[in-house]
Design a binder for this molecule. Sequence first.
Ligand code: ADP
Ligand code: MG
Length: 345
Amino acid sequence: MENIPSVKKLDQTVVNRIAAGEVIQRPSNALKELIENSLDAGSTQIQILVKDGGLKVLQIQDDGHGIRKEDMAIVCERFTTSKLNSFSDLTSISTHGFRGEALASISHVAHVTITTKTADSPCAYRALYADGKLVPVKLGQSADPKACAGNNGTQITAEDLFFNTPTRLKALKSTSDEYNRILDIVTRYAIHNAGQGAKMADVQTSKEASIVDNIKQLYGSVASELLHVQKTLDILNVKVNGYISNANYSMKRMTMLLFINHRSVDSYAIKRAIESVYSALLPKGGYPFVYLDLEIDPKNVDVNVHPTKKEVHFLNQDKIIESLIDMFEETLKNANDSRTFYVQT
Ligand code: ADP
Ligand code: MG
């Protein structure tokens, strides 16, 4: 009998750290959450600083509405949010975040500093967080937010990501791989949120730039090979807007920037369907560039399916994909029919 281990309740910090690991699996997940928070706060300019693939430093500065001083004590606690009040709100949610898990999770696996200023406050406030709670800068001092200088908006810094979960840290391949994932997510959001400036060492877009300008800036020549697709589908009134490469253009790997209700998501089903449309047109081994923005009534999308919220499910998925395919085929065919040949002189 003595070999049977007894069942014990896990320590709350351990529980929180495990839960945090599900939401924040790598630096790019953390950054996606931070970008979405900045967008939810109505920012028009976002600056990002990354060191060692985000493992050493991940910092984001926005010009959004800021956080009230009196809310600073609880923003990093689990399930604290300004965006969701009741379960039924989940069916009408229009912000990126909604369940108040991101900041909490990040604070369980990193050292977090928040500096924030609302427009009506004469000064900014800064506070440090660990495990969801305010912590003092030095032992023995007060943990309360300190008044400081700062612009309207919020700066959040996460340092030493996964310092307390060494197995997670070891599972990450390399800082350059993590950096590339960060670049990928910033690029996606910079393109989708054209009209809002993004700034990071390798990604710079201006507020005046259009989606196509940003595609040109970040992906290069494909920008002059794009066809615009725009339509409201009969099914569920899904609004489609996108830019897709024409049948004369191909790249070695498919680039698919998919947004559903302004969240960058993956949909294997949509990707495969689009791939099959192009495979009939492009040379073997050639793939398209696709930026696709779908707006689906929130009541028809299950946003709650995965902790990282990356894969979303929606009603009538098969029918919606069918109409998307029709739309792609028609657009590509029309473009081909009306092709004009230019003679170089
Ligand atoms: P959620 O986004 O699901 O509400 P988060 O943990 O990401 O949860 O954020 C918690 C809360 O902190 C948000 O609801 C918001 O009120 C506040 N917050 C976080 N980031 C920002 C930001 N950049 N600007 C203003 N408020 C923010
Ligand atoms: Mg959030």
